[in-house]
Design a protein around this ligand. Structure first.
Ligand SMILES: [Fe+2]
Ligand SMILES: [Fe+2]
Length: 152
C-alpha cells in the first residue's frame, strides 16, 4: 500500500469501495438480464437444457446482486439501478460465448475485489467475495463444458 492510500480517510476508502461494488452490482444486474433473455432465445433440440441452465444462473446472479446492494447500503452508499449492457448474441453459440466472457470477467473482478476488501479491512466482505469467485468459476466451467461437449 502506498503512502497516498494510507493517508486516505475512512470516508474516502468507503467511497472507493462503494464505487467498485457498484460496478460489480451493475455487472450482476446485467447478468440477470443476460441470462433471462438468453433463456428465452435458446433454440434447437437442446433448448430445454440450455434454458434450464440459463435460468439456474439467474438465481445465483440475483443472490450476488442482493448481497452487493445490501453491502453498498451498509457502507452508506446508494446501490446502482443501471445494469451493465448485455452483448448482442443471436445463436446459442454466440450466447454461450458471451456468457463465458462475462463469467470470466466476474471471476477476475471478484478476485481483485476480495483483495481490495482485505486491504480495506473487511474480512467478511473478502470472504463473501471469495465465495462469489467460486460461484463464477463454476459458472464459467459449466459454460466451457457446454461449448466443448454439446452440439449446440
Ligand atoms: Fe454473479
Ligand atoms: Fe455467474
Amino acid at each position: 500500500m502506498d503512502k497516498k492510500k494510507k493517508g486516505k480517510s475512512k470516508k474516502d476508502k468507503n467511497k472507493k469501495m462503494i464505487e467498485r461494488l457498484n460496478e460489480d452490482l451493475a455487472g450482476e444486474l446485467g447478468a440477470v438480464i443476460q441470462y433471462t433473455t438468453y433463456a428465452a432465445k435458446a433454440t434447437g433440440p437442446y433448448r430445454p437444457q440450455l434454458t434450464q441452465f440459463f435460468l439456474t444462473e439467474v438465481a445465483d446472479e440475483q443472490l450476488h446482486a442482493q448481497f452487493l446492494a445490501n453491502k453498498i447500503v451498509a457502507l452508506g452508499g446508494e446501490p446502482t439501478t443501471n445494469a451493465r449492457p448485455v452483448p448482442a448474441a443471436k445463436t446459442n453459440q454466440e450466447m454461450l460465448e458471451a456468457v463465458l466472457k462475462a463469467e470470466r470477467r466476474a471471476v477476475a473482478d471478484y478476485t481483485q475485489r476480495a483483495e481490495e476488501a482485505e486491504a480495506f479491512g473487511d474480512k467478511g466482505l473478502a470472504v463473501q467475495l471469495e465465495d462469489m469467485v467460486r460461484d463464477e468459476s463454476g459458472h464459467a466451467e459449466e459454460t466451457e463444458r457446454i461449448l466443448r461437449d454439446w452440439p449446440v
